[in-house]
Design a protein around this ligand. Structure first.
Ligand code: C2E
Ligand code: CA
Ligand code: CA
Ligand code: CA
Length: 278
């Protein structure tokens, strides 16, 4: 038993060391990634439940690491947040996404909102509103076609300055979505005083919903309450036809997930839209 303990300790310390090394390795690389143009964007459609037609787009970042290949945001966004690099990375994403949205509109693609994820860290500094306004001016995208996705963690700290900024953004015509809803601690009624217009139900809400009476009644209640508050509801992470049918019956406003399309690079996303609207 003693030997086993020693070997499992050894195993543990090694993986801990490995993961610390990996973190340091990634964090070092992250510092030059923007300058070295290693980031790129992929786009995933948000679709109308009944028709399956694209009614919105979410922008997601990818990192093409020179040695390690493509790294998913779940790996590097947390590091970017602790190191503060996230502020510039998110602004780069926002500028690229707005530029791409304007380009698609100018080339005759349907005029639909472009969603961009914004880290909660953006709200712990001044100048966010001005930065976003400048990016819209520079790219020429109409504010009505920009949707910012934030998580409930934005509201952990000081609620009032966050609400002020969100109100400024909304008054400009920008839409705000609450992302990953259901994974945090807030209830919909707590979100009532916020200037938001969309709630995105997290995939954990979607998975196995038909197998669980409990889960499906919670989901139904959340959707009804959101609608009664005048909010749109998006179901994220739709992977199967059953899931699509279930959330269509529940009158979700938009669906998103691998069932419709994986996130695609710009040129492939264009092909997707062209085929769909042909
Ligand atoms: P998120 O905002 O909740 O984005 C949805 C994630 O679910 C994406 O992962 C997407 O690829 C994935 N997904 C979409 N459909 C399905 C499905 O049917 N099944 C499953 N299992 N997954 C699906 P991704 O692209 O790896 O992004 C992970 C997270 O990283 C995002 O979660 C978001 O929190 C963050 N992130 C991505 N891009 C950015 C960015 O530009 N800025 C910031 N601050 N965060 C970002
Ligand atoms: Ca999102
Ligand atoms: Ca989400
Ligand atoms: Ca997420």
């Amino acid at each position: 038993a003693k030997e086993q303990g020693a070997s499992s300790y050894h195993f543990f310390s090694q993986t801990l060391e490995d993961s610390l090394n990996e973190k340091m390795y990634l964090e070092n690389g992250l510092r030059n990634a923007l300058h070295d143009e290693e980031f790129f964007l992929v786009y995933q459609p948000l679709v109308s439940p009944a028709s399956g037609k694209t009614t919105g787009i979410e922008t997601l970042i990818r990192w093409r690491h020179p040695k390690s290949g493509i790294i998913s945001p779940d790996k590097f966004i947390p590091l970017a947040e602790t190191s503060g690099l996230i502020v510039d990375i998110d602004l780069w994403v926002l500028r690229e996404a707005c530029r791409q949205a304007k380009d698609w509109q100018d080339r005759g693609f349907p005029k639909i909102p472009m969603s961009v994820n914004l880290s909660a860290k953006q709200f712990y500094r001044t100048g966010l509103f001005e930065d976003i306004r400048t990016i819209l001016e520079e790219t020429g995208l109409n504010a009505h076609y920009l949707n910012l996705e934030i998580t409930e963690s934005v509201f952990i700290k000081h609620m009032d300055p966050v609400i002020d900024t969100l109100t400024q953004l909304r008054n400009m015509g920008i839409q705000i979505s609450i992302d990953d809803f259901g994974t945090g601690y807030s209830s919909l009624s707590q979100l009532q005083r916020l200037p938001i217009s969309v709630v995105k139900l997290d995939r954990t809400f979607i998975q196995d919903v038909e197998q669980s009476e409990m889960k499906s009644s919670v989901v139904k209640a959340v959707i009804e309450l959101a609608h009664s508050m005048g909010l749109k509801v998006v179901a994220e992470g739709i992977e199967t036809e059953q899931e699509r049918n279930f959330f269509t019956r529940l009158a979700c406003d938009e669906l998103q997930g691998f069932y419709f399309s994986k996130p695609l690079e710009a040129s492939l996303f264009e092909q997707y839209l062209i085929i769909e609207y042909r």
